[in-house]
Design a protein around this ligand. Sequence first.
Ligand code: ZN
Length: 83
Amino acid sequence: MPTKKGRRTHIIKVYCAKCHALLYKYQKAGLGSLIKCYKDRIAEDYTRGDLKCPQCGETFAREAVYHGKPANKIIQGKVYVRH
Ligand SMILES: [Zn+2]
């Protein structure tokens, strides 16, 4: 389980690095780069749920499980975030 220190979350916007389409609004815990998106923390999903950019079709993540929770593992370099 996350420590109390890491519990604070903030909403970030996740964009496609290729075409700059907005992909997710995501409730991120802590600082640091985005490695994965837990599915239950995605506040708004602008994709079709297939882990591809809805605009350019680029695959930006892979299905994964972290700590028993389903997550999308971000492929590095495929997205960027704005706070
Ligand atoms: Zn795109």
